[in-house]
Design a protein around this ligand. Structure first.
Ligand SMILES: Nc1ncnc2c1ncn2[C@@H]1O[C@H](COP(=O)(O)OP(=O)(O)OP(=O)(O)O)[C@@H](O)[C@H]1O
Ligand SMILES: [Mg+2]
Length: 291
């Protein structure tokens, strides 16, 4: 794995030498750090008055611990003895949170070059890890409209879809499901027609602004589709503050990581590349490579 990291660093260095640096991301995309100029989005966010009572009416659900374990959601358990891999996600949580708070970022997308790299698994683990910090409120929004998987992973059925919220046809309050007092999910219950158009639609930004204005999440995590099959994900990067790129150690090539990281960096802030599905690890966590 050291070799993979070294090779990524080498590819990145080579790239930096031959490619001009990405254009700086417009500051208005991130909520400004305290004292900075007020963005349109931050003006919409009310002071954090009694956030708990605003979240309380959201429909509650209780994921099955056995199902979560089968899905590799190792951060779900609250037991003192952490399951294997949980410590790595807690470390990822701390780094992501620190970086996002320092920059005033609120929206994190999780994507990967190809399919099956572990985006949804990482999104869920990060979300449950974050939920252990009572003051941190997180929303997970499923943006994989073609092949949604979160409802099945979480054993949710029959509710309204996040896609309808983003189209302005349903309210987040009616669609969101709360797994913890400070963790809510908005998922899709089947493939969404015209998913490409929706991901690039002008209705998304006002819909997200409205959710943030009411629920004041510290973070919204977007579980994205893979990058290399469509341009849906790249188009959506204009709407987020930052992105985490997940690669699968034994199926993602360095060239794929390189091209995706470069494309993402031209649109938003890349908070790291996470190598998932590593078979040979010092600490046997299966994840590494966050930077
Ligand atoms: N670290 C890991 N080690 C082994 N298997 C893993 C690991 N992370 C995820 N998986 C498994 O890989 C499969 C794909 O994971 P997941 O659905 O999270 O990927 P994805 O990138 O979201 O896929 P898609 O592109 O379909 O959205 C699942 O069966 C999951 O349990
Ligand atoms: Mg997925």
């Amino acid at each position: 794995m050291d070799k993979i990291q070294a090779a990524i660093a080498k590819a990145r260095a080579a790239r930096e030498g031959r490619i001009p640096p990405p254009k700086p991301v417009a500051p208005s995309k991130a909520t400004p750090v305290v004292g900075g100029p007020m963005s349109k989005r931050s003006q919409l966010i009310r002071p954090a008055t009694d956030r708990a009572s605003i979240w309380l009416p959201l429909a509650n659900f209780v994921p099955s611990p056995k199902k979560m374990a089968r899905q590799r959601i190792v951060t779900f358990s609250n037991s003192a003895a952490k399951p294997e891999g949980a410590a790595a996600f807690d470390m990822l949580r701390t780094k992501v949170l620190q970086q996002m708070r320092a920059q005033g970022w609120k929206r994190l997308a999780i994507t990967s070059p190809g399919k099956d790299c572990g985006k949804s698994t990482v999104a869920l683990n990060l979300a449950f890890s974050l939920s252990k910090q009572a003051e941190v409120h997180t929303i997970v929004g499923e943006m994989d409209m073609r092949r949604p998987t979160l409802a099945k992973a979480l054993d949710l059925s029959g509710g309204g879809s996040f896609a309808a919220v983003l189209e302005g046809k349903a309210s987040f309050t009616d669609v969101a499901m709360r797994a913890r007092p400070n963790l809510a999910f908005a998922v899709n219950y089947g493939p969404v027609r015209n998913s490409s158009e929706l991901l690039q639609s002008s209705t998304i930004e006002p819909a997200l602004d409205e959710i943030e204005a009411r629920y004041q999440p510290d973070l919204t995590i977007f579980d994205m589709p893979p990058m290399l099959q469509t341009d849906d994900t790249l188009a959506f990067m204009d709407v987020v503050d930052c992105v985490l790129l997940v690669a699968a150690a034994e199926s993602t090539s360095l060239a794929e990581i390189d091209v995706c990281e470069r494309d993402l960096a031209s649109q938003t802030n890349v908070v790291g590349v996470l190598l998932n599905k590593c078979r040979y690890m010092d600490n046997e966590t299966g994840q590494m490579g966050y930077d």
